[in-house]
Design a protein around this ligand. Sequence first.
Ligand SMILES: Nc1nc2c(ncn2[C@@H]2O[C@H](COP(=O)(O)OP(=O)(O)OP(=O)(O)O)[C@@H](O)[C@H]2O)c(=O)[nH]1
Ligand SMILES: [Mg+2]
Length: 186
Amino acid sequence: MQISSVNFILGAASIKQVPKDGIPHIAFLGRSNAGKSSLLNALFQKNIVKTSKTPGKTREINFFLVNNSFYLVDLPGVGYAKVSERMRDDMAQRIKNYVEKAHDLKGIVYLIDIRHGGHQIDFETINGIKKAGVPILIIASKADKLNNSELTVAKKQFPIAVSSKTKKGLPDLWKEINSLLEVHNA
Ligand SMILES: Nc1nc2c(ncn2[C@@H]2O[C@H](COP(=O)(O)OP(=O)(O)OP(=O)(O)O)[C@@H](O)[C@H]2O)c(=O)[nH]1
Ligand SMILES: [Mg+2]
């Protein structure tokens, strides 16, 4: 993918603020600290998305307009334990509303940290997305954390494994993002 421009458009605190301009979105989801925001920076080839060592960094639904033609959307992490229960429920509800109600959401890229594999909260969230009828692509993140033999085993479970650090897997991921966008443009 040739990136000619990336612009941060807005951080939506609720579904009401989600753009209704007919431009398609692809959103990035996964447990807190899975590497969603870092992956977006790696895809954009610039540091425009806020990341953190501490889980729970992303709180809003952040829209980045790419090449003036589609949005890649950074979502808060699911199941983050260290915020209050109220805030966790609020964030979960915000994500759920977005996934179920955003008309222009064409697909979700779901990150699972390759070292930790899927947890209950991942399976529940993935099922919810499937129920909502939104196409989902499950990928493994932080592939640089495994050695080659571990990676061979992991690749059986996750055909796409990416690293924001080494840029591994990014061309494959761009291809998948393109096909999610194209299917719906057809
Ligand atoms: N080694 C390695 N570290 C990574 C990679 N991607 C992210 N990280 C690190 O993982 C931590 C979390 O990264 P973020 O991108 O902020 O994670 P997030 O999923 O957006 O987290 P929340 O916004 O809290 O949900 C940071 O310390 C990153 O530097 C990767 O590909 N390889
Ligand atoms: Mg984040």
